[in-house]
Design a protein around this ligand. Structure first.
Ligand code: ZN
Length: 168
């Protein structure tokens, strides 16, 4: 499952990448770019633009509109509509949230000049973006923990929702 995301959803785009989904986001795209790229790679288009939505759907492109304000509600909607997995798999972190390239494990020795001493002290697993022009480094720090908590919250809400529906 691949995505192409309207620029107003850049936060969701970063989430999708962190969850391992190939996600295109470009500030300079016009409608035609979204349509062409969605069609080419069979990408799900996330947009709030009604006009673009209509044009894309006419061409058989799957479109998801996210109007809920919170990141949790948006993730849950994607889970319900297209089956987005709301968990970090063993292989994640698998994509760079900055540039969408794949990331790979790297030994701490190789990046000592790029991370603080405190980080070296507290973490022992690191990943680096495979795109040499990006070179973003990742570790499971507090940002990661917060994302995991958000995913847990989402899964809890989905569970409660299902239980409620089963009762009715
Ligand atoms: Zn990158």
């Amino acid at each position: 499952m691949k995505f192409i995301v309207d620029r107003m959803y850049n936060r969701i785009a970063r989430w999708l990448r962190m969850l391992g989904y190939d996600t295109i986001l470009n500030e300079d795209f016009v409608d035609q770019d979204y349509i062409q790229l969605a069609k080419k790679d069979n990408r799900i288009l996330i947009t709030r633009d009604e006009d673009l939505k209509r044009r894309a759907e006419k061409l058989g492109i799957r479109v998801v509109t996210l109007d809920a304000p919170t990141i949790e509600e948006r993730l849950i909607k994607l889970h319900k509509e297209v089956g987005l997995e709301l968990a970090f798999s063993e292989s994640t972190l698998s994509r760079c949230s900055v540039c969408n390239s794949e990331i790979r494990k790297i030994e701490m020795d190789e990046i000592l000049d790029k991370i603080s001493e405190l980080t070296q002290l507290h973490y022992n697993e690191f990943w680096i973006c495979k795109n040499a022009e990006c070179d973003q480094i990742y570790w499971k720090g507090s940002h990661w923990t917060k994302m995991e908590e958000t995913l847990n919250d989402c899964n809890e809400m989905i569970k409660l929702d299902n239980e409620k529906q089963n009762k009715n």
